[in-house]
Design a binder for this molecule. Structure first.
Ligand SMILES: Nc1ncnc2c1ncn2[C@@H]1O[C@H](COP(=O)(O)OP(=O)(O)O)[C@@H](O)[C@H]1O
Ligand SMILES: [Mg+2]
Length: 107
């Protein structure tokens, strides 16, 4: 696990328990995507909006990034991963609620 916080990011206004939930949802997906191990990278950075191709508006934002060396998300399902109950986990394992919850909180 590599954690690289950028010490120069401005203070962000957020609910600590909600950001805990977001990080937990993202890193549990990383665990699922790397059953044989790999590298998890978590970092922060300052970004300027607007960002083309996203809904990020004009302004300065703190970006929290979570990356892994696992299976990756196949391009054909990328449009669906934030939908509630969407999962590629075997029956009885994934709730399909991790990314939709994270998306709701971040939005
Ligand atoms: N880090 C990741 N690597 C590969 N696929 C991922 C990753 N994160 C999410 N996914 C894909 O997105 C789907 C939805 O994720 P999520 O909403 O957390 O539900 P769940 O983890 O219960 O399946 C996963 O089933 C998986 O297909
Ligand atoms: Mg999940």
């Amino acid at each position: 696990m590599e954690v690289r916080p950028d010490a120069t990011v401005p203070t962000a206004c957020l609910d600590p328990s909600q950001i805990d939930q977001v990080v937990t949802d993202l890193v549990s997906n990383v665990r699922d995507a790397m059953p044989h191990g790999g590298t998890l990278r978590v970092g922060t950075a300052t970004v300027q909006g607007p960002i083309e191709g996203t809904s990020v508006p004009v302004g300065q934002f703190v970006a929290l990034s979570v990356a892994d060396t696992g299976t990756g998300i196949p391009p054909e399902i990328r449009a669906q991963v934030f939908e509630p109950f969407f999962t590629t986990q075997p029956k009885g394992q994934g709730s399909g609620l991790g990314l939709s919850t994270a998306f709701g909180i971040v939005t």
